[in-house]
Design a protein around this ligand. Sequence first.
Ligand code: 5GP
Length: 111
Amino acid sequence: MSIFEKIVAGEIPCHRIYEDEHVLAFLDIGPLSRGHCLLIPKVCYVELGEMPAEVGAALGRVMPRLCSAVKAATGCDGVNVLQNNGGAAGQVVMHVHFHFIPRYTAKSPHA
Ligand code: 5GP
């Protein structure tokens, strides 16, 4: 069972931001910036290329709203959306996930 499957199952606590039948968004435990969160499919696929199209569609439906919600909630100036596939690409948790990383300008009062 992946760490993220344990989070989905409630065996590991997390700060949940959004949840539906197929996906879960929650705050990253080691944030690169304030408000850094992750979006995952509830079923574990290691890499994006393994995921069925309908799971990709479920993630895709949520991504625009999650990006807007992250901006609204944090007051950030921009958001990086990143997704690593495979150890060589920097993937550490072997369960597909998208990072939403708020970015703040040096002058931001919200950083
Ligand atoms: P990766 O390098 O695999 O793309 O990123 C994995 C991310 O998962 C990292 O940013 C890391 O901080 C996050 N992470 C790892 N374990 C946990 C956990 O138990 N809870 C939460 N909320 N995030 C985790």
